[in-house]
Ligand binder design. Structure first.
Ligand code: GDP
Ligand code: MG
Length: 162
């Protein structure tokens, strides 16, 4: 069984961008279907030595209604099924009440979480992470999904123990 990594966070933090980076593959089948890969929620990936499955999720928002509520339900299911959860945050916005809401949800579910501070290109890692220690979910890891920075370290951390 491949380890399953879920990408979780409020909308617009870069989950889907990171999904595309983590599932980029030399596998012809995937490479030939870029459109499909982009739209798929589950993807296969291999950045380091260990292959994994990665699950993109819709953004988790407080007081979700309608479609948001359906997305929240699917997201909770993805979290429950995951071996590791990557909690994605936006270094430019800092820690917001919406992030606190997601943190609360993750704490309640008691999963292994890696705090991932995205959009940190051009910023010192320690500076990017500083505002997110208050989440109480561990040492933040700074990355830039768009620029491909910190991806190897992220996967190493996410797959520790596998
Ligand atoms: P999602 O809603 O969490 O899935 O976020 P998306 O992946 O759709 O990204 C939301 C926006 O953030 C898009 O405009 C992305 O281009 C942008 N974005 C994602 N990753 C980065 C990054 O590392 N740096 C910057 N500057 N922008 C990013
Ligand atoms: Mg998305």
């Amino acid at each position: 069984m491949l380890p399953v990594i879920a990408l979780v966070g409020r909308p617009n933090v870069g989950k889907s961008t990171l999904f595309n980076v983590l599932t980029r593959s030399r596998d012809a089948l995937v490479a030939d279907l870029p459109g499909l890969t982009r739209d798929r929620i589950y993807g296969y990936g291999k950045v380091g030595p260990i292959p994994y499955l990665v699950v993109d999720t819709g953004g988790l928002v407080a007081e979700a209604e309608g479609i948001e509520q359906l997305m929240a339900k699917q997201t909770l299911k993805a979290i429950e099924e995951a071996d590791r959860v990557l909690f994605i945050l936006d270094s430019r916005e800092g820690c917001t009440p919406s992030d606190q809401f997601v943190a609360q949800t993750l704490r309640r579910l008691g999963k292994d979480v890696v705090v991932v501070v995205n959009k940190a290109e051009g910023v010192e890692s320690a500076t990017a992470g500083a505002d997110f220690h208050q989440l109480g979910l561990g040492e933040p890891l700074a990355i830039s999904a768009a620029h491909g920075n910190g991806i190897k370290g992220l996967i190493d951390r996410a797959l520790e123990g596998f």
